[in-house]
Design a protein around this ligand. Structure first.
Ligand code: C2E
Ligand code: MG
Ligand code: MG
Length: 657
């Protein structure tokens, strides 16, 4: 700072005063002293001169020191001032620099804050806005400058403002930064989700002087998350849930079983299969069948408590994993379940009765793994079916032996074709009036290690293991060769019947195989009758009908075997391209004592004649059976009454006779 010179006048005055007083004193005192000391007048003048010189000298010295002191003071004051000026200039410059820096960083901050898509704002302790970036202004539909100085009450509805104020107070009190999701309704009425971060503004001393807030609109992010979550759920439902019953599916229960087996806690697996569900499906349609499955699932939920894990395995099969290993307890539950099945299920105003067969295996008593458990429960379930259905069966180690024997048999059967163990037998079909042979059926035999195994045993086995195609081809090939030979020799004027199983018929190459074999053997289609069973039609009626039409177009004769055992026979009769009906032995047996069977057989004979279909009775053994059929004008008969199935040479002898 400048120091002005108020001391100048004071200094000058001070020097003048000193000089005035000292000069006055000197004059008065020195003249008085001289008058006392010096008496001589001449000397007085001389002394007066010396006195004057001394005074001048003395005052000169005094003046010198005084002015020296004064100027040196002034000099140092001046230097100090100069220094101050320089310092001041410097401070001013640095102040300017910092102001420039400050405004630069202000600009920077403003640019960043205003370019942010997030709403950024700050309020003072009174709740008035001191910062309101562009994003905030846009959301609030305000101008930035307008908002500064406003509080929440001026911007939002009172309820919202109250809520915001309350929250601000909490933040001010706790001095903590908080982050949370906030749901708001935007001005266009849409629900929006914000991710909000709020915290205190602190000064150097750590005192709160306001609060800041950053709000990010995460609505689309949340929607995306929800979409992902829903997709995950949908995917889960698709892959783990059965659509018909809403129960978990096979995949899910497999995971549960694996987990249970790893925990080594005893439990059991019940596999439940509905008996004759196919008949319900065929009679009432698939939608009805689906409803029935749903009703069955409800019964299962009712019987087993929430600790049980229920699943639909597919088709008409259900699985129940139960945290029980005590057979008596399980049996009690199974009895309760089977009792439920004794009531009809009411669907679309229709009451249907259905039964179920179940197989049960227990971990770890019977099985050690999930795969074994399925196998064991399945085997037990088949045992229950074998025992007459509508029952349940626990797994027995004996079943395993049977299963091993079964597998062994399949292996042997595989080799049977190559080893030449398969052979055709033949049984005649006779006209009922004349007893003349009007046809021959080829029946397959398996001579395995000296034993004769019946087709009823190994044909189902071959069908299950898909060996049936290979075996069937052997039968067709051999049958065609035999038919050709008999026709060439003229010993059979009519047809040779060959049995065709359902799986063989619906196999992709069947028609092609037939054509190829006709060509290769030189046999004619008109010499051959193909027998299909009624049940094979029921499995896939549309496909079978179309296949049969193609077969008939090739020139083959088609007969329906085991007629009457397939339940819905009559409804198909009019659509099926068949030439012959073979009434099943079960209707013929002891027919004289079976009035109902008599009516059925009479009706079928009548029906066949009306439709122009040849009619044959199977398994005729006795004269009584024969005479009944003769009376009722059946076309032909096949049975022990005439002849049992016999080897080729025997049959040829019979034909030549
Ligand atoms: P199926 O086609 O109904 O053949 C008639 C069955 O009844 C034959 O049994 C025959 O021996 C038997 N049978 C005939 N007359 C009488 C009788 O008076 N009394 C009794 N009790 N039975 C009689 P088989 O040969 O044991 O054949 C059983 C079934 O195996 C056949 O029933 C047929 O469905 C099937 N089968 C036989 N050979 C073949 C074949 O080459 N291919 C296919 N897919 N199935 C075949
Ligand atoms: Mg047959
Ligand atoms: Mg039959």
């Amino acid at each position: 700072m400048y120091t002005k010179y108020p001391t100048c006048r004071r200094g000058a005055f001070y020097i003048a005063l000193v000089y005035f007083i000292s000069a006055l004193l000197w004059i008065i005192l020195s003249d008085y002293a001289v008058g006392l000391i010096v008496e001589d007048a001449d000397k007085v003048v001389l002394v007066g001169m010396y006195k004057g010189i001394f005074f001048v000298l003395a005052t000169t010295v005094v003046l010198y020191f005084l002015t020296y002191k004064f100027f040196s003071n002034m000099q140092s004051q001046y230097d100090k001032n100069l220094e101050n000026i320089a310092k001041h200039q410097e401070t001013k410059q640095s102040l300017k620099n910092s102001q420039r820096e400050l405004s630069k960083s202000n600009m920077l901050l403003n640019t960043i804050i205003n370019s942010s898509p997030d709403a950024i704002y700050a309020k003072d302790l009174d709740g008035k806005y001191i910062l309101f970036n562009e994003a905030t202004a846009e959301v609030a539909k305000l101008k930035q400058e307008e908002a500064i100085g406003m509080d929440d009450y001026a911007i939002f509805k009172p309820k919202t403002a109250d809520m915001l104020r309350e929250m601000d107070k909490k933040i001010i009190a706790s001095k903590k930064v908080v982050t949370f999701d906030e749901k708001t309704i935007s001005k266009d009425g849409k629900e929006r989700v914000l991710l909000v971060t709020k915290g205190p503004l602190l000064d150097k001393e750590g005192e709160v002087f306001g609060i800041f807030g950053i709000s990010r609109d995460i609505t689309s992010q949340k929607e995306h998350e929800r979409f992902l979550e829903e997709s995950k759920e949908k995917f889960y439902n698709l892959s783990y849930q059965d659509k018909v019953t809403n129960l978990p599916n096979r995949l899910k229960i497999s995971e549960v079983l694996v987990e249970k087996c790893s925990q080594e806690i005893p439990f059991c697996l019940i596999l439940l299969d509905l008996d004759e569900f196919k008949i319900v499906n065929d009679s009432y349609g698939h939608r009805f069948g689906d409803k029935l499955l749903f009703e069955v699932s409800k019964v299962l939920v009712e019987v087993f408590d929430s600790t049980a894990f229920l699943a639909r395995m597919g088709g008409d099969e259900f699985a129940i994993a139960l945290n029980k290993s005590d057979k008596k307890e399980i049996e009690a539950l199974m009895q309760k379940l089977h009792a439920k099945f004794s009531n009809p299920f009411k669907i679309d105003m229709v009451e249907v009765y259905i039964t179920a067969s179940s197989g049960i295996s227990i971990y770890p008593d019977d099985v050690q793994s999930m795969e074994e458990m399925y196998q064991a429960s399945d085997t037990a379930m088949y045992n229950a079916k074998k025992l007459g259905k509508n029952s349940f069966s626990f797994y027995d180690a004996e079943f395993k032996k049977e299963a091993v024997a079964y597998t062994q048999m399949v292996t042997n059967l595989k080799q049977a074709v190559q080893k030449g163990e398969l052979e055709l037998y033949f049984q005649p079909q006779n006209e009922v009036i004349s007893g003349k042979i009007v046809g021959v059926e080829a029946l397959l035999r398996w001579k395995s290690e000296g034993k004769m195994i019946a087709p009823d045993v190994f044909i189902p086995l071959a069908e299950k293991s898909s060996l049936i195609v290979e075996i069937g081809n052997f039968v067709i090939k051999s049958g065609f060769e035999v038919a050709k030979r008999w026709h060439e020799r003229g010993i059979l004027k009519n047809r040779l019947s060959i049995n065709i199983s359902a799986r063989q018929l619906t196999h992709l190459d069947f028609i092609v195989t037939l054509k190829n074999m006709l060509r290769e053997s030189g046999c004619e289609a008109s010499w051959i009758e193909l027998e299909i069973t009624e049940s094979s039609v029921l499995e896939n009626p549309e496909l079978v009908i179309s296949l049969l039409e193609q077969i008939r177009a090739l020139g083959f004769y088609i007969s329906m075997d085991d007629f009457g055992t397939g339940y819905s026979s009559l409804s198909y009769l009019k659509n099926l391209p068949i030439n012959k009906l073979k009434i099943d032995r079960s209707f013929i047996m002891n027919i004289r004592e079976q009035p109902k069977n008599q009516i059925i057989v009479k009706t079928v004979i009548f029906l066949a004649k009306e439709l122009g279909i040849h009619i044959l009775a199977e398994g005729v053994e006795t004269e009584q059976e024969h005479s009944f059929l003769l009376e009722n004008k059946i076309d032909s008969i096949q049975g022990y009454y005439y002849a049992k199935p016999m080897p080729l040479d025997e049959m040829e002898r019979l034909l030549q006779a």
